[in-house]
Ligand binder design. Structure first.
Ligand SMILES: [Zn+2]
Ligand SMILES: [Zn+2]
Ligand SMILES: [Zn+2]
Length: 298
């Protein structure tokens, strides 16, 4: 697979990205917190209110079965009833709420939902299967009973192995995050447009950059972890300065052209100001700040 959109010409079919959530693990404002950033966000409202990170591609592809997707669907007017595919980044609780699998099942009164094709690493699936069986149901997520009762089809994926998923060609990359949990980042190509969903992660591994180069991958939209703010250092998440460095390197290496967009997501209340102030910081630094409900057409 070559995620190469250069010279693709004009295509009438567009790919639509909806940011369902753009906060780090503890939402923004954090309900229990009275720090300057949370207080400022409460006054600003609107784009400064961030739910836990998830995204919808077109109407049928969900990235992360996150804890706030029900609220996001209601607030942003995006029904998830056409969702056929879910790419799960990792099993951390701010990205995976397994109760949604029960909630969307026929036993809970949901009608006409398509079979959900659920993709994740073996490590993420193992962890999810344990949690599901222990806390939510008397059967394993990886059993045929689960597939039947939950209207679900589970797929194990490996990094760097491209696969087809309906109209999408996908490649997973190992995230620099949560060692042992098989955390993944995703390159998604459809309609001759390519998107990279890059959270949660620290600095991308050199192997990832090599694969970008070797396969001549080009992205129209690059979405990056921005957990830590302008005055902070990164760790197993990126900080503002590292987002700037990644965007610069991607442009220098031709992974992004001058029309490509870089969006920050997974934004924590510790160290990041409210939306308007963060947007002002990012201006002229090569990236934009996503917000909940943002719709991007590529
Ligand atoms: Zn997270
Ligand atoms: Zn706070
Ligand atoms: Zn995480």
């Amino acid at each position: 697979m070559v995620l190469d959109t250069s010279g693709s010409g004009k295509t009438p079919v567009r790919t639509i990205i909806t940011f369902l959530g753009t906060a780090a693990a503890n939402a923004f404002p954090e309900a229990f917190c009275s720090c300057r950033n949370c207080a400022q966000a409460r006054i600003a409202g609107g784009r400064s209110f961030r739910k836990r990170s998830a995204a919808l591609i077109n109407e049928d592809l969900l990235i992360d079965l996150g804890p706030d997707i029900m609220a996001a669907s209601q607030i942003h007017g995006r029904p998830l009833d056409q969702v056929r595919y879910c790419l799960q980044t990792h099993p951390h609780a701010d990205h995976l709420d397994l109760s949604h699998l029960l909630s969307r099942s026929p036993a809970y009164g949901v009608v006409n939902a398509p079979v959900l094709e659920f993709y994740a690493s073996p490590e993420t699936l193992q962890r999810a299967a344990q949690t599901f069986e222990r806390d939510l149901a008397g059967f394993s997520l990886l059993s045929s009973e689960a597939e039947k009762q939950l209207n679900l089809s589970v797929h194990q994926i490996q990094p760097f192995e491209p696969f087809k998923m309906g109209p999408y060609t996908v490649m997973a990359f190992p995230a620099n995050h949560a060692p042992g949990l098989g955390a993944m980042l995703y390159a998604i190509e459809t309609n001759r447009r390519a998107i990279f969903y890059g959270t949660d992660t620290g600095p991308l591994f050199e192997e990832t950059w090599q694969v970008f180069r070797k396969r001549k991958m080009r992205f129209d939209v690059m979405i990056l972890d921005h957990t830590y703010g302008p005055e902070q250092a990164g760790s197993d998440h990126l900080c503002a300065q590292q987002v700037i460095e990644h965007a610069n390197r991607m442009r220098a290496e031709g992974i992004l052209d001058e029309r490509a967009h870089v969006f920050a997501t997974h934004i924590a209340h510790e160290g990041n100001p409210s939306h308007g102030e963060l947007e002002a910081f990012a201006k002229g630094k090569g990236y934009e700040v996503a917000y909940d409900g943002l719709v991007v057409q590529v």
